[in-house]
Design a protein around this ligand. Sequence first.
Ligand SMILES: *Cc1c(COP(=O)(O)O)cnc(C)c1O
Length: 238
Amino acid sequence: MDLATSEALRSRFEQVQHQINDACAQYKQNTVQLLAVSKRHSIEAIRAIHALGQQSFGENYVQEGVDKINALSDLAIEWHFIGPLQSNKTKDVAEHFAWMHTLERDKIAKRLSQQRPSHLPPLNVLIQINISQQESKSGISLQDLPALAQQVNDYDNLCLRGLMCIPAPQDEASLTQDFCSMFQAFEKLKQQYSTVDTLSMGMSGDLELAIEQGSTMVRVGSAIFGPRDSIISNENNL
Ligand SMILES: *Cc1c(COP(=O)(O)O)cnc(C)c1O
């Protein structure tokens, strides 16, 4: 990676950290974790961001994620799976990732628990909520949350950590409403399960609003790594 590229990465990464810190101070939130979403970005870009102190990275595609995890096994990275998961790919996630953000079915939960290797700690699981009630979008409704939460909590090799959402593109008032509903559901879940501590919401374009509404983890891709297409075509190493 050339110097200009690594300087650009550094500058965007620091900018995002400032943005998060400022929002935390302004809205009096204690800790908001940054998940760097590295999908379709290069191994070198991940190394560069890790060298700046970032420990957790998110990937959307199972095979791309596993390839990167293997290529970067010399680094102490906490890997989060944040994409849609088919049941024939659960083993890869169970064996390679520390977190799974997009759980929406008991069948997947059961397989993940069965396939989690015994030498690893339980897989940390977030249940994805289709908070904007979009047709044919991933996630479950809030009405279906209690049943799935109970099932996840009962599996030995899963640890229920909280909720995740990807709201619809919409005006700020509706988005605020969706984030607010997520926060209320999260608070309720926290009272029922002592392991619940994570609300994964907010991306590059809406992380301040998400933090204002109580997010504990923002998933940021393009604001750190730049536009996905340009980087991958510049560095053809995946
Ligand atoms: C790609 C992706 C992100 C990051 O999106 P940006 O707009 O690039 O910050 C966050 N969450 C999920 C689930 C994603 O797929």
